[in-house]
Ligand binder design. Structure first.
Ligand SMILES: [Cu+2]
Length: 363
């Protein structure tokens, strides 16, 4: 029955279905749209037909309308038929909804943080340094694909080509544990037919099992501010073997970073600056801080190091490494006069080091 209905209704739309539940959800949507379309055509068709057929023609005398108190057969039909149709819609809607909300116990848990206007994810794959006991896990951050003060003519399509790819393996189950640092966002992967609000102060969940290798877009489906339209991520589904290879390469490079940090060996300043520059884009700092000297929503980074800033308290501070670091890790601690406090951008110790080096390099 279900597969027959799938064939009948499936011809209406041809969107890709790339997760284990996509076909079910798409079917429920197509069914509702299909029934609505048929009902619309019937109702409007009969309406137009009656308007034409029973209109009063020129010179015709007034006719009295038939006086009807009730019509049992018609009443039974218009009660029973819609009840059956609605029961069918209800069945398919609930059946797919229940599956969507039933989080698999064996799913791999990916932490997601949304913020204006990017997605941050953290995988449960981590490495440790035995000596210092410090840990690093694989993390990816999307870029906002909107023009910036640095690149005002950039096109979204072009920017999206260099978008960070979130990576998952085909045939594995994933549970996203999601929260937001600012406003309500909505994490959506159209090809997977999944969508869930991401709310500050709350953890919401969503799960999927990708079934098709390829690249799919992630959108934010809740208006979240003026760069909402650029909150476009990308997710790449790989064959499990390729995914495992990607994962071990990532872990190996994290291990290397950890061991370097631990040994306190010579730091490659230019590599650190390059990493800071990348983070400036990846972490979304460019949305507010320019590199050109122009003040935007926040002080420019150009020439910032060594400058004297006046804080909202009236106190003056010299911009040194410690102050820069504090401004990133605890943005509310010291707020520059004339500005609203900066939101917490989820900058971590190791990122802060690179960002400070980058800011120092901008004379
Ligand atoms: Cu958003």
């Amino acid at each position: 029955m279900t597969s027959f209905m799938h064939t009948v209704v499936g011809f209406i739309t041809h969107a890709p279905t790339a997760s284990s539940l996509a076909a079910d959800v798409k079917f429920a949507a197509d069914l509702i749209n299909g029934i609505s379309l048929i009902a619309f055509i019937l109702v409007e068709g009969v309406l137009i037909y009656f308007v034409i057929k029973y209109r009063r023609k020129k010179g015709e005398p007034d006719k009295q309308t038939l006086y009807l108190t009730h019509h049992t057969t018609a009443e039974i039909i218009w009660t029973v038929l819609p009840t059956i149709i609605l029961a069918v819609i209800f069945y398919y809607g609930v059946a797919s909804f229940v599956k969507l909300r039933d989080m698999p116990k064996d799913g791999e848990i990916i932490q997601l943080t949304a913020r204006q206007w990017i997605w941050d994810i953290k995988y449960p794959y981590c490495v440790k340094n035995a000596k210092t006991n410090s840990e690093k896990c694989i993390k990816l951050t999307s870029k906002n694909v909107n023009p910036t003060p640095e690149n005002p003519k950039a096109l979204q399509d072009e920017l999206q080509k260099t978008q960070t790819q979130f990576v998952v393996a085909k045939g594995r189950k994933y549970v996203m544990q999601m929260t937001s640092t600012d406003v309500i966002h909505s994490f959506t992967i159209p090809a997977f037919y999944v969508k869930q609000d991401v709310v500050p102060g709350l953890t919401s969940r969503l799960w999927f099992e990708p079934t098709t290798v390829g690249e799919f877009v992630i959108t934010c489906n809740e208006y979240c501010g003026d760069k909402h339209s650029g909150m476009l991520g990308k997710i790449r589904v790989m064959e499990p073997a390729d995914f495992d290879q990607w994962k071990s390469a990532q872990l190996a490079s994290l291990q290397k970073e950890l061991d370097q940090d631990a040994s306190g060996g010579p730091v490659d300043e230019s590599a650190l600056i390059a990493k800071g520059k990348e983070l400036y884009g990846a972490k979304g700092c460019l949305a507010c801080h320019t590199l050109t000297g122009a003040a935007g929503a926040a002080p420019t980074f150009k020439g910032l190091f060594g400058k004297e800033e006046t804080l909202t308290t009236g106190a003056k501070v010299k911009v040194d490494e410690a102050y820069l670091k504090e401004s990133m890790l605890k943005p509310a601690a010291k707020v520059v006069k004339g500005y609203a406090p900066m939101p917490n951008m989820g900058v971590e110790e190791s990122d802060a080091k690179a960002l400070v080096a980058f800011i120092k390099s901008l004379k």
